[in-house]
Ligand binder design. Sequence first.
Ligand code: SF4
Length: 110
Amino acid sequence: MSEHEEIESRRRFLKLAAGTAVVAAVIGSGLPRTARAQDLPHVAETDPTAKALGYVEDAATTKDAKHQVGDACSSCQFYSGGASGYGPCQIFPGKAVNAKGWCVSYSRKS
Ligand code: SF4
């Protein structure tokens, strides 16, 4: 192998190694985050914090006077999940709330 071929071979190896590192970093940072959000335990209405905040799984069932028609976790600034199902809420760290839920800490996303 000539010196030129050896240098080209090293360049190809370094490019491949760099590309592999980028792919590993993307997979390492993206997939576990998604998996974690889906795996969060759901907030129960019987949870002491949930009770104190009047959290309900279905906003339509609350009798709290602060609730306005249409308000639900999915439109709250503390919610970071999808429009349906469950997602993380900053008020309940490490747990997920129902997108259709509601509590007295509700604050509409701006
Ligand atoms: S703070 Fe917002 S997202 Fe969290 S439970 Fe209350 S209404 Fe739902």
